[in-house]
Write a protein that binds this ligand. Sequence first.
Ligand SMILES: C[S@@+](CC[C@H](N)C(=O)[O-])C[C@H]1O[C@@H](n2cnc3c(N)ncnc32)[C@H](O)[C@@H]1O
Length: 201
Amino acid sequence: MENVNQAQFWQQRYEQDSIGWDMGQVSPPLKAYIDQLPEAAKNQAVLVPGAGNAYEVGYLHEQGFTNVTLVDFAPAPIAAFAERYPNFPAKHLICADFFELSPEQYQFDWVLEQTFFCAINPSRRDEYVQQMASLVKPNGKLIGLLFDKDFGRDEPPFGGTKDEYQQRFATHFDIDIMEPSYNSHPARQGSELFIEMHVKD
Ligand SMILES: C[S@@+](CC[C@H](N)C(=O)[O-])C[C@H]1O[C@@H](n2cnc3c(N)ncnc32)[C@H](O)[C@@H]1O
């Protein structure tokens, strides 16, 4: 399980095209969320960590969001994204470990979570919550999806329960929404929670 902490583990999965998590499209609940945002949101600073092939980043870019940052520590999907979106600002494509992003350097209005939390080693979940809270501006938000399911396996995706997430995130966030997602991709129907939370003062 330790190998999920290493970029090489994920890079190999991309090289071998062993990417069962990849939906090949923007996640429907996240598309719906993005679609209802006001025009003024388009210049907010957004982070998509563990973005992989980053369909959400592509969609935000296509919709005119101008300040979106993609982070992943596997270089392959970032290179593929840069090819698909040659006009996307290269300085917002960051090949780095999420846990090593410096809050002094990076601050975001909101972060979009999409199968990143479930990819990290479960022993690092509190570290994820802490690092996430440090990367969002005062009153900044974490939006996205978490699996509402325990996969019972010693490899990603690592699932969980609403109770567990509530306890973990409540240390640094006020939870506004954590509810079963009604518009998930058919392959994920009934197994996702939509979340919206803001960092505590
Ligand atoms: C299960 S994939 C999900 C990719 C994408 N969000 C999607 O839904 O298709 C997890 C991604 O997180 C990246 N990742 C895992 N741990 C990371 C870390 N500590 N820092 C940056 N990226 C990480 C992996 O390289 C991989 O691209």
